[in-house]
Design a protein around this ligand. Sequence first.
Ligand SMILES: NC(=O)c1ccc[n+]([C@@H]2O[C@H](COP(=O)([O-])OP(=O)(O)OC[C@H]3O[C@@H](n4cnc5c(N)ncnc54)[C@H](O)[C@@H]3O)[C@@H](O)[C@H]2O)c1
Length: 247
Amino acid sequence: MATALITGAARGIGRATAERLIAAGYEVTIGDRDLDAVQATAAEIGAKAVQLDVTDEASVIAAAAGFTELDVLVNNAGMYLRGTLSTMTVEDYRTVMDVNLLGPILMTRHFADALAANGGGAVVNLASMSGYTPVPGTGAYSMAKAAVISFTELAALEYAPRGIRVNGVAPGRIATAMTADRQGDPEREARTHALIPLGRSGEAADVAEAVFYLASAGAAYITGQVVRVDGGLTIATVPLLQAAQGG
Ligand SMILES: NC(=O)c1ccc[n+]([C@@H]2O[C@H](COP(=O)([O-])OP(=O)(O)OC[C@H]3O[C@@H](n4cnc5c(N)ncnc54)[C@H](O)[C@@H]3O)[C@@H](O)[C@H]2O)c1
């Protein structure tokens, strides 16, 4: 049975990805720094649970010790803090960079042997639309996700000789707990959805489907690519300008 490990999968996109891979017959382990939450989710969806802080190399090494073989690694754990270039503290920058960028680097490095064991596995990194279009107010997150895109390309090159493919997905506006503070007001939601070419926010399952594909044998000749799962939002700049000018 094919095996997968998904970080930050106690909830949200990671959980939806775990459910998608389980439905496809994978044996899935979900890792999260929140032990109670990850154990509860694992019991609900039929996964194994491991406590894992992707920013802590000792924690990553301890988790990797439990795997001699792994087919799919999904570097999903992520977070943002609010703040501008003027207000973010050094500690804020380190926290955001550690979780979103250093985490995937450490995970990929320490799971590379397990991924290579079956002739080459697949890594899928969670980037973000904001890695392409920086978002004032959460700019450290944007910079970290831009670096995740670069890391995806670099890792694809460095791990290709071992048969490991490395790809990413860049979600747009997805309805999860991470974005909960921006959901709930129907008028605001309608205004937001009017700006998205496909007319709605994404669901965690929309992202999970793209992760599943990139991890699958069907994507055997794809590496170093990042797929935008954003309903067309990042290509909508000119239509939005046209709309502002009255069409
Ligand atoms: N929701 C969106 O709109 C959106 C958009 C673009 C990108 N993303 C990215 O998708 C991924 C998942 O997002 P989500 O919305 O499901 O987030 P979420 O906040 O709902 O879930 C994130 C999970 O990661 C875990 N986590 C955080 N830090 C961790 C660490 N150091 N080690 C292990 N686990 C840790 C949290 O406990 C939580 O369970 C993230 O990388 C996020 O940046 C989300």
